[in-house]
Each structure stands twice: as structure tokens, then as C-alpha cells.
Design a protein around this ligand. Structure first.
Ligand code: HEC
Ligand code: HEC
Length: 157
């Protein structure tokens, strides 16, 4: 973490020229329907965090989405599915997606990006107590700790 802080000023300059090559970044969500419908209960997670199979499975099972009913009209579901799968981590492996896809087994369709061992390692110091104290409450509340989360930036700790 210390190294990340020391490197921050330098990285800002580098980012201006080559954001694509950066490891702390994923392409932000640009599709309005995805931002609206998938940003209602939590941040609209960037599609690069999961492979296309994961998004397909999720869009097939929105009526039982982690215990919630997140169903949408068929045309909206199809449009969001097309966006998420076209920009999935295994389809457009940019920034963080390159390393984050390494854990996905061939044919696997994980539903939680927070189960990624890379993700867990980065967040290993975040306890339930810290989540309460910070007001984030759940680890899925990315913007509570990452101010640039909606723009795909996760280096601002
Ligand atoms: C009605 C509320 C609701 C809507 C709408 C909703 N979700 Fe969720 N989503 C949840 C809940 C609840 C969880 C589990 C949160 C937790 O574990 O704390 C979740 C979790 C997730 C996760 C896993 C997060 C993790 O742990 O890595 C993904 C990915 C996700 N949602 C994607 C979507 C997508 C894509 C859409 C739009 C099609 C969507 N969600 C719409 C309620 C919703
Ligand atoms: C309670 C605060 C908190 C929440 C909530 C949280 N993070 Fe983090 N995250 C951190 C901290 C702190 C670090 C830095 C760990 C380190 O450098 O040792 C980090 C690191 C990361 C990194 C690694 C960045 C790098 O430099 O490589 C990524 C990617 C990331 N978080 C994504 C997410 C996503 C996506 C979510 C939501 C699903 C999330 N985080 C939720 C606090 C949080």
C-alpha cells in the first residue's frame, strides 16, 4: 500500500498518456440501461471483472439474484446482456481484467467478483468491523472506499 501511495503522483502523469495499460483500472460502464438498472441496489459493476459466461448466467437468473428479484423486461435484459458480454473480462481483457481473469476456470461462470482470490488478497485487511466503521457496510459497496469506482479507478486508497 505504501508503494502505491508513493507512486500516485507519478502514476497520474503516466495515466494521462496510457490509461489502457494501467493495472488499477477497468473500462467504466458507459451503457445507460446498465448504469440505471444494475446501479439501483449497488454500483453497476464493470463488465471486465467477470467473463462473458458469468454475465450470461446472471442475466438468465435475474429473478433469483442473490436472493433478490432483479427481473427486467425481456428487451432490456437482452440489451444489458449484449453490453455486459461484449465488454466482459475475457472478451476485452484491459487493465485489471487481464490479471483478474486468471482465476476463472475453463468453462467457469463465477457470479461474484468478490470471490476472486486477487480481490480477496487486496481486501484481506478489511474486517466486518472495518466495514461497519467506514460506513461501507458491505464489501460490494465499492464507491464507499474507492472514490473513482464508477470511473473504473481502484487505486485511490
Ligand atoms: C433489486 C436489487 C438489485 C438489482 C436491481 C441488481 N442487483 Fe446485483 N446484487 C443485489 C444483491 C442484494 C447482491 C448481493 C450483495 C451482497 O452480497 O452484499 C448483488 C450482487 C451482485 C453481484 C456480485 C457482487 C459480488 O459479491 O462480487 C453482481 C456481479 C451483480 N449483483 C450484478 C448485477 C447486475 C449485472 C444487475 C443488473 C442486471 C444487478 N446486479 C441488479 C441486488 C441487486
Ligand atoms: C471498506 C473499503 C473497501 C471496499 C468496500 C472495497 N475496497 Fe477495494 N480496496 C480497498 C483497499 C484499502 C485497497 C488497497 C489494498 C492494498 O493496497 O493493500 C483496495 C484495493 C482494491 C483493488 C486493487 C487496486 C490495485 O492497486 O491493484 C481493486 C481492483 C479493488 N480494491 C476493487 C474493489 C471493488 C471492485 C470493490 C467492490 C466490489 C471494492 N474494491 C470494495 C478498500 C475497499
Amino acid at each position: 500500500m505504501l508503494r502505491a501511495c508513493l507512486g500516485a503522483a507519478f502514476l497520474v502523469a503516466v495515466h494521462a498518456g496510457s490509461a489502457w495499460a494501467d493495472q488499477d483500472w477497468v473500462p467504466p460502464v458507459t451503457d445507460p440501461a446498465t448504469l440505471k438498472e444494475c446501479g439501483e441496489c449497488h454500483m453497476a459493476f464493470q463488465p471486465a471483472f467477470l467473463p462473458a459466461r458469468s454475465w450470461d448466467k446472471m442475466m438468465d437468473t435475474l429473478d433469483d439474484h442473490f436472493g433478490d428479484n432483479a427481473s427486467l423486461p425481456a428487451d432490456t435484459t437482452a440489451a444489458i446482456r449484449a453490453y455486459l458480454t461484449a465488454n466482459a473480462g475475457d472478451v476485452r481483457p484491459q487493465g485489471l481484467a487481464r490479471s483478474f481473469m486468471a482465476w476463472v476456470e475453463p468453462g467457469g461462470a463465477p457470479q461474484r467478483l468478490t470471490e476472486n482470490p486477487d480481490f480477496r488478497r487486496e481486501h484481506r485487511k478489511i474486517t466486518a468491523q472495518k466495514l461497519q466503521r467506514s460506513g461501507a457496510l458491505s464489501i460490494v459497496n465499492c464507491p464507499a472506499c474507492h472514490q473513482g469506482a464508477d470511473r473504473g479507478w481502484y487505486d485511490d486508497d
